[in-house]
Write a protein that binds this ligand. Sequence first.
Ligand code: AHR
Length: 847
Amino acid sequence: MNKTFLSLVLSACSLTANAGPVDSVFVWPYSNRNGDGLHLRWSSSVDGKKADITNGRLVGSDFGAWGSKKKMFEPSIVEGHDGLYVLVFSVDVPNQFGVATTRDFISWTPQHYPYMKGVEQVARPCVVKTRGGYDVVFFAGDKAGWLKTSTTDLIHFTDPVPTAAASQRNVKIPYGFLRSLQANEVFVRERDAKHNERAKDDAKRFEGLGDFVQTSFTFTNDSKPISDKLMGIFFEDINYSADGGLYAELVQNRDFEYSNADRGEWNATTAWTLVGEGATLTIDDKHPIHPNNSHYAVLDVRTFAANNTKTPSVSLQNSGFDGIVLKKGDKYDLSGFLRVDNTAQAAVTGKVGKVNIVLRDGDKVVGRTTLSAPTHEWRQQKAVITATADAEKAVLCVEPTTPGCFAIDFVSLFPQKTFRGHKNGLRADLAETLAALHPKFMRFPGGCVAHGNGIDNIYNWKETIGPLWERKAQPNLWGYHQSKGLGYFEYFTFCEDLGMEPLPVLAAGVPCQNSSHGGHGQQGGIPMEEMDAYVQDVLDLIEWANGDATTTWGRKRAEQGHPKPFNLHYIGIGNEDLISPVFEERYLMLIKAVKERYPDIIVCGTVGPFFEGSDYDRGWQIAADNKIDMVDEHYYCAPGWYLHNRDYYDRYDRSQSKVYLGEYAAHGDGRKSTIETALACAIHLCQVERNADVVAMSSYAPLLAKDGHTQWNPDLIYFNNTEVKPTVDYYVQQLFGQFAGDEYLRSEMSVSTRSHRSDVECRIASSAVRDSKTGRVYLKFVNMLPVEVRSSLSLPKELISSDKLCKATILSGAYDSMTARPTTSLVSVSPQSDLILPSYSMMVIEL
Ligand code: AHR
């Protein structure tokens, strides 16, 4: 810290007058060396002692890749116009700096990162108030010296010009701020403690509570219509959810398009091994099948042929995704593009090349066929292989039987038993597990995958339709490869199969705010001069989905085998973005264009990655100002958050945008799905159901995770090549999906403990809905206490006139159980009856 600070920092503007109360203080902004964020330090006027105002930072940087990679350096603050304080800071790229404003140092506007074109560095930025706005003065390196950029709106900055050096001065802030910052820190600490309450401490917490808690459950003779699309699924290609997961393709890197852009150690031959002698394998790109699929393998077995008369004993083997699983008697569609390589033709003129495709499990052959490479032109060859034995780790071998030089590409092996038997379809057991959730919609293709790691990685739906070899593979932001074999056509088909509303989410013209490619963080967005084309891409999607076969894009859908429209009703724009000016400009441009051209499409915007904060506030403000149909909320919180925010949506303004709770999960110790996390979500879903007049849709996230390839925990369903392993959270989602309604029946559940205990109350929840189509009523109860809850039910005569045996589905277990599963039984229910909810349980009763 600057040494002059001590002498300069003087509190109390009234000190000089030596009279009146201390009403303001001078503070000094700084960030720790590791760039953790803004701290304010002040000096006491009484004894000169200096101290940080708060223990923690006041605001961190949002600039850069995930988590601690987001750095704030050299913060500078000025008291600006109209009671605004302006913060600027340097970030860890040379030609940008951060800007944000606040009125109280508690709430901040979203950050903005202006680019200083052509400058070598932005160091020691200092913000200075000017008559009409602000200057930011910074050191641009020894050559350029000090430069200044000016702004009137803190969004647009002029090109920098030379200026004199400037440095941060102490900032005067009202004394009241100190108190409120400190009070806020205490409040946040208290709040965090509640959110961090864990079931492992329940025995102690509820010591003396007795063996059970008594409650009463009554209806209030009141009901309201609620969304009939409340429960859905969030599909993102994370954790190998697509290739190697839901997408049933068995050959990994079938098109030789893997590269080190996907993952450092990968290349075009990843998952392929050349076994045997007398052959070479090279990767070429001179005569590709399609420019989008530019690499192919060239297997040269001429040398071998010249020296031997026997069949070449060479094998190019693909290990699949952790091995290829085969089932005895099942049929597999094999296809591959082959040709005699032009460059090598001289050596093999007149011969038709032949290759065996052999499925081997160790030494055992478990299936085979032969393909030919008859010409110099690429030709797709197809065959069906029947597996002669079960195998879990088979390999697919390409084995030339004639000498020659073979170009090979797009080698594919698909089980015929895909979900609903679709070609290029989905792995049946996984798809069935999703179907069993009774989802009413599916969001795709992510998450962060939708807006991508840097502008060049933004997911482009047009590259995911049509012939597979014309689709454009892409590095997946989660550190692997996406073939796009599972593309928009397949997503929409799956939605149609399950009667789900498709909810495609498209980038709002900006990449993921956590991008680590192409600069850091959100970057400048798609250049404005390219935005018209991007907007058109979004409009084309709607035409592709809904247009008839005479429209340009509808025809493409029809050509792919779906002449009937898909009936798209929803489209998402943006994914938990940083609501910066760069974002806002592009986001509104897109939303306006969609609504103008397709007023009936329900547009779902975004309000950032948390349940509060600058993106949330600004996102909601934009939604209100622009009357956006729906916004996508995300929050991953500790179980305690859900318990202590049971009225979160009760407070939502019904006249504003609807909510799509697009991503949420309870994150407990070790990020596992347990009874504790699942019941926390169940308690939350009770309020979501109660508020399903404003919360129109919800989806737990993420959905799928493959063992050994998981970037994120917990997920709803884990799997490997042979097993599907739904988590405890899966069953809570299923209970809400299966026992859903379109009418909410208001009810009250009151707890009678000797003394009022909010910690008991917040662990009990209930909800009642009616499905107007079937007339069925579902009562849901959640008990997240370590003891039984006994509830006296008072049910109206219209629901139940006499004693009846009703089906009850119960999910319960130890709080840390990862294996609990629902069971069903019959319970006796009458207009007045007693119900026992086991400890740590969810129960659904069907009336
Ligand atoms: O669900 C995993 C990730 O969480 C999503 O990709 C992203 O939107 C969120 O941060």
